[in-house]
Design a protein around this ligand. Sequence first.
Ligand code: CA
Length: 151
Amino acid sequence: MIQKTFHLLMHSCFSSAAAAVYLNAVLSTGLFLKTSCYFILIQEPKTWTEAQSYCEQYHVDLATIQSDEDRYKIQEIAANEAWIGLSMNLWLWSDQSKVTWMSVKWAAGQPDNASGNEKCGFVLETGLIGDDGCSHTLPFFCSEFHSCVNP
Ligand SMILES: [Ca+2]
């Protein structure tokens, strides 16, 4: 609700580019910690399961994209294919939260289950999502603050 209000405010006061810059400044102050998450991109390629363990040990969990803001945040620091917390056990986030499909934007042709065993989700530099075999090794996004999981 805070974000919606914020959006309306930004819409009325700034151009979208200025709003994006300002939003990032506000986000980086932690003002919106409860409704937005920070993400960290770990460049060392790991399998999805290894990546999840790493995130749980050193951060919070693999990244979940629960809103457009989350997606923009990921998109900003995404460089190449990288795991996120999505996996196809009925497509749940790794923290067991349900997928808000409005916030998940599949890349063209995805999910295609191309190898017949593509049960894990990765994000492209565009912020769009695809499915891939969980044993492939990719960089990955962790969510960074506990407030993401327990707001
Ligand atoms: Ca695929």
